[in-house]
Each structure stands twice: as C-alpha cells, then as structure tokens.
Design a protein around this ligand. Structure first.
Ligand SMILES: *[C@@H]1O[C@H](CO)[C@@H](O)[C@H](O)[C@H]1NC(C)=O
Ligand SMILES: *[C@@H]1O[C@H](CO)[C@@H](O)[C@H](O)[C@H]1NC(C)=O
Ligand SMILES: *[C@@H]1O[C@H](CO)[C@@H](O)[C@H](O)[C@H]1NC(C)=O
Ligand SMILES: *[C@@H]1O[C@H](CO)[C@@H](O)[C@H](O)[C@H]1NC(C)=O
Ligand SMILES: *[C@@H]1O[C@H](CO)[C@@H](O)[C@H](O)[C@H]1NC(C)=O
Length: 855
C-alpha cells in the first residue's frame, strides 16, 4: 500500500471511531517536536484526521524561531534567516532542552549551531539573544532566552496553525507531545514547561517509538502476538523500541502494546551526518581558497544548508554537485561530492546507528530471532548507508516500510491523546511503556536514641523504579519515623554525560504532630506511608504521604461508635457530637477511612530540585506574560498593516471611480457636488497617506477610510437599490396576486357554504382582515412606485427595497397562516371515510390546530 492508500485507510477507519462522546466540543492537538521538524495533528470530531500544514502548505514545520529587525519568524522562513542572521535564528533546540549548561551535548550543539549558549538562572543551557531579537522589546529583557521559552514560541505557533484548522471559536488546548524514550526527568520537565508557557495543557508525553507503535496498531488486528522493533533514526538521535502487539478479548477489540526494551544513541542522527558533510565542504573551501571560515557563522550556515541539500541528493544519487555563491568574502564555492566520500567520512557512524537496536533487544532480554520485523521511521532511515547497516544485521527482508516514516509518530500520538482524553470513541489501544533508567531513592536511617550521638546517620539507598518498570507504577514506601525526613530520588547513573543524577528531594513534614494525633486517637503502631509514582508520561513524583495506624482493639467498639457514627443514625456522626462525647479529642483532619479502624493523617510533601530545576512558578508567569505581550504586539502590527492596505486599496478604487466614464453607475447615480466633495476629501486623505502612513496608527487608517466611505455611501446605496428594485417589486406583486387569488376563491366558497348552511373553513372576519392587509399593501406599493418613477437615478430613491421585502413578508405571513388552517372537524356521526381532505399540501401546523379546537 502506498502512502496515499495508507492515509485513506487510516481516514476511513478513524472516522468510524472518531466522534465526540460528549456535547462539549473538544480537540486534541498532537505535536511531534523534532530537532529539525515539527509535525502536528489535530483531532476534532467531524474533521478529517490528518497532519496540520504549515503556512506554505508543507506537511512538516521547520523547528525554528528567528528574529529579523524585531520581527519574529517561524518555520522555514526562520531557518532560512540563519545564513544572514545566524545568531538570531534558533534551530535544533531539542538538544538543549533540560540540559545543564555544562553538559557534553552543549559543546556538541555549539559545534554546528551559531547561537551562543550561556547558563540560565537555573544553570540550564540558555541561548544568548542576537542583536535583532530584542530590537523591538522595551524595558529590561533578559540577555538570554531560556530554551523552554523559545520552544514555547514554536509550540504556540503550531497552536495558531491548529486554531486556523479547527475554525474560529474552537478551543485548542489539550496537547500530547512526543519525546524520545531516553528523555530524563529534566528533559521531560523542560518540554512540559514549554507546553505550559505556550498556553497549552499537557495531556501526556508519549515516547515517540511507542507513538509509532500505536500508529502501526491503528489499522491492524493481532490475532497472533507480534513483536517488532520500531526503529527511528531522526535528526538528533536514534531510538529503537521493542514492542509486543497482542489482541485481547473475544472479538480482539482491544490491542495491548507492551514496550519490552528501548535503546538509543543521543547523537547518531541526520544532524551528525550533516555535520560530517559540512566538514567535507569546509575543508575543501579552506584548502582551495586558503582562508579560514570556521569562525564566520554566516559562511558556516551557508555551508550547513548546502550540506543538508547534498545529503538528500546523495540518498538517491552517487554524486552531487555543490555550488554556493559568495560563501565568504564574495568567494563562490563549487565541489563534487560522491556518496563514497560522504560515507567514508561517516564510516564510524554505521555501528552507532545499529547499536540502539541491540541495546533495545538486550534490555528486553530478547534476540533478533524473537523479532518479526524492524519498522523503519525517521528521516535518516532514508539514507542508504543507514539502511545498509541495518540490513546487514537484520536482513533486508526484516526491514519494514509499513508506516509513514515522517508522520507515524504524530498520528500515533494523536490517537493516544484521543484515547486519554476520553472524549472520543477510539480503537482501544492500551499502551504500557517502561522506565529507561534505574531510579533510586535514598534517605537517612533514623538515628537510634541508643546510638553514640556523634555517629553519622547511615544513608539507605534502594531502587524505587528499576529500569524497565512500567509507566503508571505506583508504590507505597513504609517508614517508621518520629520526625520529619527527606527522600532523595536520583538516577543510579547519569542519563547522559554531565547530566546530574540528583532528580528531586521530597521533604515529608508534619510527622510529629500527626503521630501525636494518632496516639491521642488511640492508634497503635503508627507508620508513615509515602506514595511514589512513575507516571504514564515518565515523571517520577511523590503524590502523597500519610501517617497511618490501626486503632487499639480494646477501645475499638466504643471509639467506632463515637468517632464515625453508628450506622444509619448518621447525624450522630458529625464531629461536634464526637467532640462532646468522646473522652479524647479526635484528629479533625482524619479522613473517613475505608475501614473504620484505620486512622489516616495527611502529611506535607515539599519537593525541591537539587540539580536541574524546572522553571519556577514566578518565572513561568513572567515568561508567559512576555509571550502573550509579544503575540499581542504582533497581532497589533498585523492589524495595522491590514488597515493600511485596505485604505490604500480604497484610495485607488475611489480615484478610478472618479475618473470613470459617464455611463459608469458611479457617475450615473451621483451628482456633481457629491463627486466634487469626494474628490476633495480623496485629495486630503491621499496626501495624508503619503506623508503619515508610516507613523499612523490603526485607528487613523480606519478614521480616514470612514470619512471617505461616508461620502460614497449614498451613491453606493442608490446603485444597490436600483439594482435590487425589480426583484423586490416582483416579490411584492407576486404576494399581492397570490393573496387576491386566494381571497376570490375563499370568498366564493364562503358564499356557497353560507348558502348551503354549512360551516366553512374560513370566517368572514378572517377573510376581511386579510383583504384589509392586502389593500393597505397595494396602496402603499402603488403610491411609492408611482412617486419613484419621477425620481432621477442620481437622487435617493423614495422606495426602499428593504421595506418592500418587510411589508411583503407581513402579507405573506398572514396568507400562509390562513392557507395552513385545518378544515372544520367533521361530526363524529359521519364516517371517517368521508373526512374532508386537507386543503393544502402544507403539513398541519400547531397554531392552526389550536385555533380550530377553540371553535
Ligand atoms: C532479563 O534477564 C535478567 C537476567 O535473567 C533479569 O534479571 C531481568 O529481569 C530480565 N529483564 C526483563 C525485562 O525480563
Ligand atoms: C503543611 O502545609 C501547610 C500548607 O502549606 C502549612 O500551612 C502547614 O504548616 C504545613 N505543616 C507542616 C507540619 O509543615
Ligand atoms: C492534630 O490535631 C489537632 C487538634 O485536633 C488539629 O488541630 C491538627 O490539625 C491535627 N493535625 C494533623 C496533622 O492532622
Ligand atoms: C419575477 O419572479 C418570477 C418567479 O420567480 C420570475 O419568473 C420572473 O422572471 C421575475 N420577474 C422579474 C422582473 O424579476
Ligand atoms: C374552496 O373550496 C374548494 C372545494 O372544496 C377547495 O378545494 C379549495 O381549497 C377552497 N379554497 C379556499 C381558498 O379555501
């Protein structure tokens, strides 16, 4: 099946399942945030399920934001700017998300990306603003951008594209974002913060390999268990995910996706190959022209773009010619690159592209023999060298190209989001993912009172979530403590070089007070229970801590009665009753427990970030305000531009109208003084426009246009009225004629009925009323039409088509009401067969029925 066929299949299948199950209109946005390209998809009931197009109708959006003289650009425009304003065009930011400023990946990033990286206030990597970035911003602006803020701008841009697709008034808020499985807590926090800054609400993060698996499962059934490796070689990294697919239920209506293992390489990807390719070009240039260009960001970006282009050409050809004008000091560059030269420059990368696959299998305790196929996705899998390296180890026949290598992740993420939001009926796909790293928890052993006081307390460390733990795992840790204590969560080993292991410290406080309360309530043997969670989105957190005890047996019966009320006579259960009757005062904060003999007192959990901290509340608020302000300013500028253009166009139009020949409606429907007035005002506004347009405000443009429109309006009105008059007249006359016809017939019938002594369908009063309305209408119409005959075309008409329609409608309504009236009921004595047939083909109306019944 080709890509198009596949998409159709997805569409038709999906539309079967996809409808909102609630009245609440809802959408889910899915974003595959890549280092080079963003792919996005919007799920909305009644709308085809597809990716969102960029402004230039491309199916992928360049991950880029840039400034040009204070103007913000996105997508390909922003990327293209890098060759002219290299420090104002921010690309490949995914490398920097959640990274400390000293991480190895930072020096890697700066080896190919021009912006300078500096530590943020949180010591994460931030990028320095170029000169153009802050051009329009006033006041104190930070010297660097937090990466989260720049990514948020891109997400907000995607959101705006989604709003365009969804239609006005549609809320686009809930979002699912893909991340590489290897993303640490820090990286996940960073993307989550970016989502928040963009004004979106994070429904979930989903590992991109798992999202591809969801996409794969979308159109397939699994009566037999299948096991595949989702192999994704993207721009920034390569990931391999071993996934087991199994159908469940009698009808196979549920599909279980179980991730068994992941492997990755944080650098093997398209960008590294671009870097190698550029190195070939740079070396050739410097060698040929004897100049050093490595320190010139513009030259380096020109060759970067060229390297990307050549890499793509060499994926399909054995040779590519490079020509770049004015790379440096007006020196043009040309070179031939063969695939062989390129591949030998990347020779060491082959093994790195394959390694993640072995690692994933290893982590899953499986071998290649256990795998049905390797599902290829990601742009770099189109590179022959990568394909060949994979084929060499798994065999060409196991390489599967059965998902869209660019869009599978985002489409899978969208379906995953639809499932999570529960607002849609979707194919039931249950995803169970895993932890990529060992997470351990450490705490100080409680000092025993018998210990020598100077002995340092022992630190106890244990695995909280082992690598391979399921997402959504919740555990309860139980402690015997008398005082507040802390739990330190950390990675057992660094997720990447120079990434710290310390993740978060959770301080459990209020212990002593809670224990005192438990003792007072006759609880025995109290313990502290701390709930820890490895969430579906891959975050480690401490959702809850409590002090817990069971009550003493001997007092149980009495206490139960006092504390929790005694069954049906529930009014006794109120705390005030307890307070006065119980001998000891009970813990007020005690929740009504599941079994009455439990006592549960909530404890405080305070989380601190010992290494890489997510953005603080205040910082997020400021950044969000900054973005909102920026967007508002841009919207204001766009609105001003629009009004300026409208006025300019209007000036041209009026000038043309004034110059048109004597047969033109504008001339025939206007008087000389009117045209002169317009001409004078046009001259004024035009000269104002030429001298002031650059500094004028939106409202000035609107005011100037209004002043001209006011003068033109009577003429426009005349033209429109005279154009519409014949039809309006036809309409009015038609209703006169129809009413007359009806009346004649009905009066004849009435006469006949009176003569026969039967009850007719209409009363005399009704018919007289109609006739009165008709006569009034006829008189009004005739008078006005007669008057209008002597009004010249360039004067305001005395008859208004709007009023004509309104008056004709009055007549029409009255006529309709009568003609829809039901005939009189036939006496019950007569057979139902002889019932008078309905006089009109109109359905009976409630009003007519009611009126008749009263008769
Ligand atoms: C893989 O095998 C090892 C050793 O037999 C075992 O400790 C580990 O739990 C297994 N892992 C999985 C994911 O089954
Ligand atoms: C628990 O937190 C609340 C709210 O932040 C605070 O008022 C209270 O003093 C804290 N209790 C303890 C024992 O720390
Ligand atoms: C302990 O009991 C006291 C007195 O009833 C109450 O004010 C306090 O909130 C309780 N503390 C906790 C942690 O439940
Ligand atoms: C008037 O309306 C009738 C019926 O809609 C149409 O056939 C006729 O051409 C119209 N005449 C004019 C002058 O619009
Ligand atoms: C007049 O009577 C005839 C015969 O009963 C009927 O078909 C027609 O609809 C009546 N017309 C009106 C306007 O009531």
């Amino acid at each position: 099946m080709n890509a198009f066929g596949r998409r159709l299949a997805i569409l038709s299948l999906f539309s079967l399942f996809l409808f909102s199950s609630t009245a609440l209109a809802t959408t889910v946005l899915a974003i595959d945030y890549g280092s080079d390209y963003i792919k996005a998809s919007l799920i909305k009931p009644g709308m085809p399920f597809d990716v969102i197009l960029d402004k230039d109708s491309k199916r992928k959006i360049r991950s880029s934001v840039a400034w040009k003289n204070g103007e913000r650009l996105f997508g390909q425009d922003a990327f293209n700017l890098a060759t002219r304003f290299p420090k104002d065009s921010y690309n490949s930011l995914k490398y920097l998300l959640g990274m400390p400023a000293n991480a190895d990946i930072i020096s890697y990033y700066t080896s190919f990306a021009p912006p300078d990286v500096a530590p943020s206030t949180r010591f994460t990597a931030a990028v320095r603003r170029g000169s153009s970035t802050a051009a329009r911003e006033s006041g104190a602006v930070p010297a660097t951008w937090d990466v989260e803020e720049l990514v948020a701008m891109q997400l907000a841009y995607v959101r705006a594209l989604a709003v365009d697709v969804a239609g006005p008034g549609e809320r686009v808020q809930d979002v699912v974002v893909t991340v590489p499985a290897f993303f640490s807590q820090f990286e996940r926090d960073a993307i989550a913060d970016a989502v928040e800054l963009a004004g979106l609400r994070l429904l979930a993060l989903v590992n991109d390999g798992s999202a591809v698996a969801v996409n794969y499962a979308m159109t397939r059934q699994f009566p037999q268990r299948e096991r595949h490796i989702v192999y994704d070689a993207g721009a920034a990294s390569t990931r391999a995910t071993v996934v087991t697919f199994a159908g469940q239920g009698k009808k196979q209506d549920t599909t279980l996706l179980t991730v068994n293992g992941v492997g990755y390489d944080r650098v093997a990807g398209g960008t590294e190959l671009d870097r190698r390719m550029r190195e070939i070009l740079v070396e050739e240039f410097e060698h040929k022209h004897g100049v050093r260009i490595r320190d010139d960001p513009k030259a380096m970006m020109k060759l970067w773009k060229e390297a990307e282009r050549l890499k793509a050409i060499l994926s399909a050809n054995n040779e590519a010619s490079s020509r770049v004008e004015s790379v440096y000091n007006d020196i043009d560059f040309s070179m031939k690159v063969t695939r062989q030269v390129f591949e030998s420059a990347c020779a060491d990368m082959k093994v790195r592209f394959v390694q993640p696959m072995y690692e994933a299998l290893d982590n899953a305790n499986l071998t290649l023999a256990d795998i049905d196929s390797v599902i290829l996705t990601g742009g770099a899998t189109r590179i022959p060298m990568v394909r060949a390296a994979l084929a060499a180890v798994v065999g060409e026949e196991k390489l599967a190209m059965n998902v869209n290598s660019d869009e599978a992740a985002v489409l899978g993420a969208a379906l995953h989001g639809a499932t999570l939001s529960r607002q849609f009926r979707t194919k039931n796909i249950k995803l169970s993912d895993i932890a990529p790293y060992d997470v351990q928890v450490s705490y100080l052993a409680e000092a025993k009172s018998t210990d020598a006081s100077d002995a340092p307390p022992r630190t106890i460390t244990s695995l909280a979530f082992a690598k391979g733990s399921r997402t959504g795992t919740r555990k309860t840790l139980t402690f015997r403590r008398k005082n507040d204590f802390s739990l330190a969560f950390s990675y057992k080993s660094p997720p990447a070089s120079e990434i710290p292991v310390e993740m978060l410290d959770a301080r459990i406080s209020g212990v002593a007070e809670a224990l005192a309360n438990i003792t007072e309530a006759d609880g025995i043997d109290p313990v502290i229970k701390v709930t820890i969670l490895f969430s579906e989105s891959g975050f480690v957190s401490v959702p809850e801590a409590i002090a817990y005890a069971e009550m003493k047996d001997d007092s149980l019966a009495g206490k139960l009665k006092g504390l929790f009320g005694d069954g049906p006579s529930a009014e006794d259960g109120s705390t005030s009753t307890v307070d006065s009757s119980a001998s000891s005062s009970p813990p007020k904060t005690t929740k009504a427990p599941a079994t009455p003999k439990d006592i549960t007192v909530p404890l405080n959990v305070t989380v601190k970030f010992p290494s890489v901290a997510p953005m603080g509340l205040e910082q997020k608020r400021e950044a969000r305000q900054r973005l909102i302000k920026m967007e508002a300013e841009e919207a204001a500028i766009a609105a001003r531009e629009e009004q300026r253009n409208i006025l300019e166009g209007y000036l041209y139009k009026l000038r043309d109208l004034l110059e048109s020949d004597s047969q033109h409606p504008f001339v025939t429907h206007s008087q000389e003084p009117e045209r002169r007035a317009i001409s004078r005002q046009l001259k004024d506004v035009s000269s104002w426009f030429h001298t002031h347009a650059d500094n004028a405000q939106t409202k000035d443009f609107i005011e100037k246009r209004s002043s001209l429109e006011a003068l033109e309006r009577p003429i426009v009105h005349r033209i429109k009225e005279i154009e519409e008059f014949p039809q309006a007249l036809n309409m009015s006359q038609m209703w006169n004629w129809r009413t007359r016809l009806f009346l004649t017939e009905a009066l004849d019938n009435l006469t006949a009925e009176e003569r026969a002594g039967t009850t007719g369908r209409y009363t005399k009063v009704e018919l007289d009323e109609l006739e009165k309305t008709l006569k009034e209408h006829e008189t009004w119409l005739n008078e006005r039409v007669e008057k209008q005959k002597s009004v010249p075309m360039n004067r305001d008409p005395v008859i208004d088509t709007g009023e004509m329609r309104k008056r004709a409608k009055v007549l029409e309504t009255q006529l309709q009401r009568l003609s829809q009236k039901k005939p009189p009921r036939v006496r019950p004595s007569s057979s139902s067969k002889t019932q008078v047939p309905l006089p009109t083909d109109e359905p009976e109306s409630g009003g007519g029925q009611g009126k008749h019944d009263e008769l």
